[in-house]
Design a protein around this ligand. Sequence first.
Ligand code: ZN
Length: 380
Amino acid sequence: MDVRAILANYDNFKAQQLKNRFLKHNDVVSLLEKLPSTFEVQKLGNSFEGKRINAVKWGKGKIKILLWSQMHGDEATGTMALFDLFNFLQRDTALAQQCQLYIIPLLNPDGAERFTRRNAQQIDINRDFLQCLTPEAQILKAYRNKINPDFCFTLHDQITLWSVTGSLKPATLSFLSPAIDHQLSTNPIREKAMLVIADMFETLSPIIPGCIGLFDDEYEPRAFGDNFQKLGTSTILIEAGGLKKDPEKQEIRKFYFAAMLKGIMSIATKSYLKKNTSHYFAIPKNNKQIFHILIHGLVMDGIKTSIGINYDEYPTHDGMRTEKIYSIQDIGDLSFCDAYETFSSSNFISNGVIIFNQNAHFELFDESEMILCFQNGKLF
Ligand SMILES: [Zn+2]
């Protein structure tokens, strides 16, 4: 199976019911109810606010793979891609003979309800492995112990300001084989995940060239990925980042699906064994050289300079959208940077005060034409 050919048919198995990042527990439950009987849906427990957390088991093969999505409630790309995967798997028989998938879509339904990272107790589930104070962490830990999978995938979204070293493009996807100690040691378990990632990178990189980076590999003793890796399950982290003109991540979701599928195929067919760890370490690292908005050629205090503007997203009360608040994040020589949107002129002038680290509150003019208008951080 060729991933590029599969992607060409993506619209045939895309879970059309999921349209944006603000999916809720009800959306997930109604899709799970429609799955055919080759998918075994099982209740694992309840979230803090009593929402049922489900797992889906599929396949009869020997290799066990655990995947979970949205342990951070505002990181929905993995969940959307998992439902695309469920649709795809209904056409597949080969993978079913090679592996067993154990999948928890939407581990943090209370967070998803509010579109927040944390659960209803305001705790970050991915910093709760050791104390296990949240029911969601308890559920995930117990499920892994019960299955004892060979591999797992921890599915996340990262902030859209990560870029890829060398390409200056947004890191649309990032991968990581999480560390097992502060020294970033490797062992055969961690190395196996590195080889799978190298295999994923080789396939995905020509599809989105320059848009895949290695996520920061600092050891986090409270995180699930680091601990599962330590416990003997080779762990692969996937992060969805940004892509120009795709704020709702519907294009990214497609590549995310492809990355996940390639990872599963690599494990199932053992194609990762043809890789070595140098392929993994050759993947460019993430850095922060992009802005949401970059303005070149603005005349300020008698000099011509550049300014970089980023937004933070705040969920609305109903958790169904976010409000973006823009602030000035850099002023000066930004010639080595890029952005989702770049505005250049020989003579931009502004009406208002531009202050570093404060909310954007100005109008940008090219000659007499208004290009941008910010008021108290909001873009109009
Ligand atoms: Zn996350």
